[in-house]
Write a protein that binds this ligand. Structure first.
Ligand SMILES: [Zn+2]
Length: 411
C-alpha cells in the first residue's frame, strides 16, 4: 500500500508506564513523529505485534493542534500491545511482552511467593550485576505501603548499594559501575514525599532523587489527573454519566472516563475539566488527600537535607512533552531547571520525563540541559547507557514482587 509505514517491534526506548493504554496520541509508543510522517505520506499506519500479522489502521485525522490520530479498527482493545511498538527505526515503545499464558497468570503469585520464601528470588537478584534505578510515586497507597517501603529500604541497605542518581551517572560515564547500585527516585514532587518518604529515607540514610515540578509548587496546583479523578468520583452516577455523555465520552465510570481523557487534545481536555469543575464547585479534597497529593512547598523542599535528597526537574507543570510546541518545550525543560536553581540555590542537573513520554526533540533538549534523565522504560541500567534516557524499575509492590523485579524489571 502506498505510503504505508510498518511499525515493528524494536529495541526498548521511552514510553509512559503510566500511559498503559498507549493511545496513538501524546506520549504514545508509536509517537507523534511516526504518525505525522505516515500521515504526510498519505498512508495507513500498520502495526506489527511481534511475529503476529500486522494490523492496518487508517489515519483519519492528524494535526499539530490536535495531537490525536483517529483510527478505524479495534485499536482500543489492542492498545496494550500497541504500547510496545516502534516505527521506522524511531523506537518509542517498550519490548513487546509475550502473550500471558493463563496458567502462568494463575500461578504467578504463588510462584512469586515460593521464589521469595525459598530465597531463590534473592539469589537470582544478587546474581544480576546491573545498576537499578527504582521509580516511586507515593508511599502509603496501592503502589507501596509505608511498611513495605521501610522493608525495601532495609533490604536495599543489606543486599545492594544505595547510591544517588548523580553518583550512578558518574559511574556510568566513567565505566566504573559495580552492578550493585540501587538508586531511589520519586516523581511528581507531592507532599507525601516530605511527610512520609523523606523521614524514612533519613532514618535509613538512603539517598534519593525527588523530581519536582516548580510551576506546580509555585501555583499550588495538583497534577491535573489526580484532581480530575477525585472530582469525577465525587459526582453521583447520574451526574457523571451526563457530563460524560455531553462531552462525547461513551463511558460513565470514573476510571473509564479518565482513560478516555487520554485520547483528548490538550484543549479538549481543558474544556472537559472546566465542565467537571463547574459541576463540582463545592468539591474540596479530604485533608488526607491534600497531605498526599498537594505539591510540596518551597519550604519543604529546602528543609530536606541536600546531602541525601537530590532535587531534579520533572518539568514545570507536568505536561505530555511530545504534544508541546518548541517554545513551551523550552520553558518546561530548560525553564524548570532555571526556576529550581534560582529558588533553591543549588545545582539541578537531573531530569525525569512526565509519564516517560518523549521523542527525539524532547530527548535532545533534555540532553542539552541536564546531565542525566530518566524514563519509565522498565529495565536495568546497562554499561554505556545513554544518560539522557536511563531506564527504571518500578519500586512498589510487596516483598515477593519487589525482589522479583530486582532480577526481572518487567515483572
Ligand atoms: Zn509524573
Amino acid at each position: 500500500m502506498l505510503g504505508e509505514h510498518l511499525v515493528e517491534q524494536g529495541r526498548p526506548a521511552a514510553a509512559g508506564a503510566d500511559d498503559k493504554n498507549g493511545f496513538f496520541d501524546h506520549g504514545s509508543p508509536v509517537g507523534w513523529d511516526a504518525i505525522a510522517q505516515t500521515a504526510a505520506a498519505g498512508g495507513n499506519l500498520s502495526v506489527a505485534f511481534g511475529d503476529r500479522k500486522p494490523i492496518v489502521f487508517r489515519l483519519a485525522r492528524v494535526s499539530r493542534d490536535e495531537p490525536k490520530a483517529a483510527f478505524d479498527g479495534r485499536w482500543r482493545g489492542l492498545s496494550a500491545e500497541i504500547h510496545a511498538a516502534s516505527c521506522n527505526g524511531h523506537t518509542t515503545g517498550m519490548p513487546i511482552p509475550p502473550r500471558p499464558n493463563p496458567l502462568h497468570s494463575a500461578l504467578a503469585i504463588p510462584y512469586r511467593w515460593a521464589a521469595y520464601s525459598s530465597g531463590s528470588a534473592l539469589r537470582h537478584a544478587r546474581s544480576v550485576r546491573r545498576p537499578r534505578i527504582l521509580m516511586y510515586h507515593i508511599v502509603g497507597d496501592d503502589e507501596v505501603s509505608t511498611r513495605q517501603f521501610e522493608w525495601q529500604l532495609r533490604f536495599l541497605r543489606k543486599h545492594l548499594e544505595p547510591v544517588g542518581l548523580g553518583e550512578l551517572a558518574n559511574r556510568v560515564q566513567a565505566g566504573t559501575v559495580t552492578g550493585r547500585e540501587a538508586v531511589i527516585t520519586f516523581d511528581d514532587g507531592v507532599r507525601n514525599h516530605f511527610t512520609v518518604a523523606w523521614p524514612l529515607l533519613r532514618a535509613y540514610a538512603v539517598p534519593a532523587t525527588f523530581f519536582v515540578c516548580p510551576g506546580l509548587i509555585e501555583s499550588g496546583d495538583w497534577l491535573w489527573r489526580t484532581e480530575l479523578r477525585m472530582r469525577l468520583k465525587s459526582l453521583g452516577n447520574a451526574e457523571r454519566g451526563e457530563v460524560a455523555r455531553n462531552a462525547g465520552c461513551p463511558e460513565s465510570a470514573a476510571e473509564a472516563i479518565m482513560e478516555w481523557t487520554k485520547t483528548l487534545s490538550m484543549d479538549d481536555r481543558r474544556v472537559f475539566q472546566t465542565s467537571v469543575e463547574k459541576l463540582t464547585r463545592d468539591f474540596s479534597p479530604r485533608p488526607e488527600d491534600t497531605e498526599r497529593h498537594a505539591p510540596l512547598t518551597w519550604d519543604q523542599v529546602r528543609q530536606m537535607d541536600a546531602s541525601l535528597i537530590t532535587i531534579g526537574s520533572h518539568t514545570s507543570t507536568h505536561p505530555m512533552l511530545p504534544t508541546l510546541d518548541d517554545s513551551t518545550l523550552e520553558t518546561e525543560i530548560a525553564g524548570s531547571r532555571r526556576a529550581l536553581e534560582q529558588k533553591l540555590d543549588r545545582c539541578v542537573d537531573l531530569f525525569s520525563y512526565p509519564n516517560g513520554a518523549n521523542n527525539a526533540a524532547v530527548v535532545k533538549l533534555a540532553r542539552q540541559n541536564y546531565r542525566a534523565a530518566v524514563t519509565t522504560q522498565k529495565a536495568f541500567v546497562a554499561e554505556g547507557n545513554d544518560l539522557a534516557t536511563l531506564p527504571r524499575v518500578p519500586g512498589g509492590g510487596g516483598r515477593a514482587t519487589f525482589v522479583r523485579r530486582l532480577h526481572k524489571p518487567t515483572a
